[in-house]
Design a protein around this ligand. Sequence first.
Ligand code: SAM
Length: 239
Amino acid sequence: MIPQNSFTLNTIGIIHSCYKEKFGIPRQPGLVTEATAKLELIPPYNRLDTVDGLDGFSHIWIQFIFHACLNENWKAKVRPPRLGGKAKIGIFATRATHRPNPIGLSVVKIGRIYQEDQRVFIDLYGADLLDGTPVLDIKPYLPYADSISNAEGGFAPAPAEVQKKPVIFSVEAKTQCERYEDLHNKKITTLIKQIIEQDPRPSYLSEQVDREHGIQLWDMNIKWCARNDHFEVLRIEHE
Ligand code: SAM
């Protein structure tokens, strides 16, 4: 007999992230270390009591909902970008976003845990999460149990060896980034470089050069394109 097969889960928090749309978000956490985000606990979990003791840990597991995929169907076999978008493998052998239960899992470095008025926040570094992502649960990362040095990595044995082509900034983009860094004290140049270095283009566009792409970070649209042997950041447009 199948036990209870449907459950109601409550959102315990919301992600505030620099990534305002899916395109450009790295494929796993830790790849873009300069990306900053906050996890905000929502009522009735917005009490420092719920995270008491968490400050002794450097990383947490975040279980979340792929909320930007909720209206899209899942398929039994998918084409992971790591296989060049060519080979198909079973959904449960991948970390694909379109799944029977749209639940994601990311291990993320944490910083300050603090309260402002009635709001409780945890600073996150290197997250792969879209702004507004609903969080179902957080758990401390336990190195003794969660780190397995001899684990097999299947079709993704190591971080993607994307062609780390250099990222070059046009004079206009460089000036815009410098101005932004002076005003906001955020390392936007490094952030943009780390994101574009990952080559976020879908596999079917990965051979195309000179085509303009846009990545939405906060209120900025970063315009860039791939050249033959490098990526070029063209300019930053403000929304
Ligand atoms: N680390 C997580 C996991 O393994 O479950 C996510 C991996 S998934 C391959 C990473 C992609 O999820 C990102 O590139 C981004 O486009 C997408 N993503 C992140 N947050 C999302 C959200 N709230 N809704 C839909 N897609 C999201």
